[in-house]
Design a protein around this ligand. Structure first.
Ligand SMILES: NC(=O)c1ccc[n+]([C@@H]2O[C@H](COP(=O)([O-])OP(=O)(O)OC[C@H]3O[C@@H](n4cnc5c(N)ncnc54)[C@H](OP(=O)(O)O)[C@@H]3O)[C@@H](O)[C@H]2O)c1
Length: 252
């Protein structure tokens, strides 16, 4: 059946994106001390590439999209790198019915969209989500200026030059009440988060494609020595896409 997930283990595993997210215990998350729990979700080709013609969409599938949207449904904050926010032209974060499910479980109708742009890239202003009056956006920056008028509820959070770190951003979000952050990368932000021990879970979709070339891989960062080890939690299949949940034991 299109859109269904088949669990390959453990036994009696989830059979839909909503059940998959439920099984991760995200709805009841209380955070990780000074920072929220951080769940990264990425899609890569079988050869590890993160884009087809510069966008992730060519790797995705209806089931992959539903997993992403269910993760968004459960989180307090959706964190994306400024490049991803701009290139992927974010607009609507949720599907019909998901805001109501959030409200029923004590959440706001939609997560806050947070992004990090040290230089406060002016192109942020042209992302479609920035024109939605009900969208809430937090932009972490080191730039000593504002972004200009926007239709969305935008808060620009200034850090002194040279002091903006992913950990600092997460701590700010936790101080504002965030207990669960879902990050959709991109590869550079994911690298920074993993390098700093800030990712608790990785939900990785492997798309049934070989892309080749030299485009970005799912994570862009210098060599991890030793490599970061992952603990495999769940393996699911949706058509020919594979959905893997890993826990990162290096998180701190
Ligand atoms: N396959 C997937 O699942 C997936 C997911 C997301 C994105 N993508 C694709 O990946 C591409 C964009 O990814 P990307 O890696 O180039 O960009 P990114 O990670 O989305 O954003 C990088 C930008 O974030 C800002 N940033 C702030 N603090 C940072 C830190 N500590 N480390 C790294 N960046 C930091 C930087 O902007 P400042 O210099 O302004 O601070 C940097 O240029 C797009 O083509 C998108 O389609 C694929």
């Amino acid at each position: 059946m299109r859109g269904a997930l088949q669990s390959l283990g453990p036994a009696d595993g989830p059979s839909s994106a909503a059940e998959f997210v439920e099984a991760l215990g995200l709805w009841d998350e209380q955070g990780r001390g000074l920072r929220p729990r951080v769940v990264a979700v990425m899609v890569g080709s079988a050869d590890g590439r993160a884009t087809v013609q510069g966008r992730a969409g060519g790797l995705s599938s209806p089931t992959d999209r539903s997993v992403m949207r269910e993760l968004r449904t459960a989180c307090d904050v959706l964190l994306v790198g400024s490049r991803t926010f701009i290139d992927e032209r974010y607009e609507h974060l949720l599907d019909p019915g998901q805001p109501e499910r959030r409200i029923a479980r004590g959440r706001t109708p939609e997560p806050v969209l947070a992004t990090i742009s040290r230089g406060l890239d002016p192109a942020l202003a042209s992302v479609p989500l920035m024109g939605r009056s009900d969208a809430r956006v937090r932009i972490f920056t080191e730039a000593n200026r504002e972004l200009g008028p926007s239709g969305a509820q935008v808060e620009v959070l200034h850090h002194a030059p040279g002091t903006l770190t992913a950990r600092g951003c997460l701590q700010d979000l936790a101080a504002g009440g965030a207990r669960l952050v879902v990050t959709e990368g991109g590869p550079h932000l994911l690298g920074a988060l993993v390098a700093d021990g800030l990712v608790d879970d990785l939900v990785l979709t492997v798309a049934p494609l070989i892309v080749g070339g030299e485009s970005l891989s799912v994570l862009a960062w210098p060599v991890f020595d030793p490599p970061v080890t992952l603990e495999l939690g769940a393996v699911l299949r949706g058509e020919d896409h594979l959905f893997l949940h890993y826990a990162l034991r290096t998180s701190r």
